[in-house]
Every structure is written in C-alpha cells, then in structure tokens.
Design a protein around this ligand. Sequence first.
Ligand code: A2P
Length: 272
Amino acid sequence: MKNVILNNGISMPMVGLGVFRCSEEEAYNAVKSALEVGYTHIDTAMIYENEQAVGQAIKDSKIDRKNLFITTKLWNEDMRKDNQRNAIETSLKKLGLDYVDLYLVHWPVKEKYIASWLEMEKIYKDGLAKSVGVSNFLIHHLEEIFKVSDLVPAVNQVEFHPYVVQKELTDFCKNHNIQFESWSPLGAIKNGLLEDPTIVEIAKKYNKTSAQIILRWNIDKGIVTIPKSSNKNRQLENISIFDFELTNDDILKIDSLDKNERVGSHPDTFDF
Ligand code: A2P
C-alpha cells in the first residue's frame, strides 16, 4: 500500500474500500474480508446506513485503531437542520469510535455548505476528526470556502473515472494542496468502462485486469481511490496494484477517454 500525506500531515492510504449501497450485512462482510486481505482504509457515510456494521467489523477484526483510516460524511439533511455536531457524534457512536480519520461534507448544499464548513473547523479542532474535507465540491464551491476559512479542506472526494476526468478541478485541488479522491473509480461498472477497448488493450499489455489498470491510473495521477467491492477476490484484485506503473503514454491514453459523462449526480444540480 502506498500512502499520501495530507495538508495537515496526516497519512492516508491511497486505496480504501467504499461501502456505498451496501446493506448492514453486506457492509459487515465486505469490511471484514477487506481487513483480512490487507485494507486499512474504509469509506462510509451516514446516509449509507451501514456505519454500525462497519464499526462492528472493525471491532471484530481486533486491528489496532491507530492502524486504520476511517472516513464518514456529514449528510445534507444534517446541514439543512444545522445539526452538524450532533451528526458526527451520532456517526461516531454507531461506528464505535472516538474519532474518524476523515470527516467530509458530503455534498455542497446551497446556503448551507459554508456554515457547515465553519462547523467542520470546530469538529476538527475538538479532535472528533483527524482531518476534515469535502465531497462533490467544484472549484466555485472551494473558492467560497476559502473566503470564510483559513482551514483548507484536506480532501475533495468526487466522482472520477476515465469517462469523467475533470482536469481543471484536479489541477485546482493539486495547486491548493487538497488531496483529490475518487468515488466510483470503476464507474460503478454501469458505464461499460471495464470493457472499453483502450482499457482492455492496456490491461493485456500489463497482464492486469481492467479494474487494476483504472485503479493504478488513479495512483499514478496521485489520486486516492475507494473502489467498492463485496467480493473478497475482487477486493484483493483492487489492492494488488503496487507492483507496476503505467507509462506516461498510457496515462495520457486513458486521460483521453474523458467524455464528461457521470454515473452520479452533478454537484450543481443534485436534488437530495
Ligand atoms: P462487487 O461488489 O460484486 O465486486 P465503483 O467503486 O466504481 O462504484 O464500482 C463498484 C462496482 O464494481 C460494484 O458493482 C462491484 O461489484 C464492482 N467491482 C468492484 N471491483 C471490481 C473488479 N475488480 N472487477 C469487476 N467488478 C468490480
């Protein structure tokens, strides 16, 4: 595993397990097997309704808390109700943890994300989260945060895969020392990414799977990624990407697949 150092000095493993759309039972089993095959980074959210199962699997693994990196997220309704502090306390209780390693503002809820960021500052200062960041923020959202706060988000977690590359946003984050993190790095496999002829050709060349090529492309671009898998073999496949590197040429070939096509909502038009 390779780690990155965030803008506050905290070390973050570059591959984690995402558990979006996992029931409690599926999340428990997924986290349990992921921790067995060597994951140390788990990404959940209040809205996934599986924090309790994630926490139980962490507890049952008996792995030293210090060696794990756990992310959860502040949900939109908790922003609308100005319930930020209570939200993290509830998440921590469900997870059975004293702190999370990363707490993210889940979506830039209009008229609420700035006030929420000021609450995130307090949550960070009080040690409930070792780092705080944002998710689904575009450049204009980040610029608004810079106007009111000296605390630069440690991370921006957004939908990112070869069909939605968002070069301007990745460059902006890099220039401002905000770690870029990808959700749905495999396009939730809904969009045929794993069968894309360019990806398949590159996979053949390196003798790796399409998923491994896409995930390694993240690593080679300095991007943290959280592929979701409930299958132990695929979990192992997704972290077995540290024994090769893509050439610059192949990175550019994958970059050029961009068609600005999302599988999830757009941060300016989401309606939840
Ligand atoms: P499963 O949980 O059965 O492994 P994303 O992280 O982009 O949202 O993608 C998640 C989807 O991709 C899930 O349906 C997951 O199914 C599938 N998936 C995860 N890893 C792989 C892999 N290495 N090869 C094929 N499908 C994968």
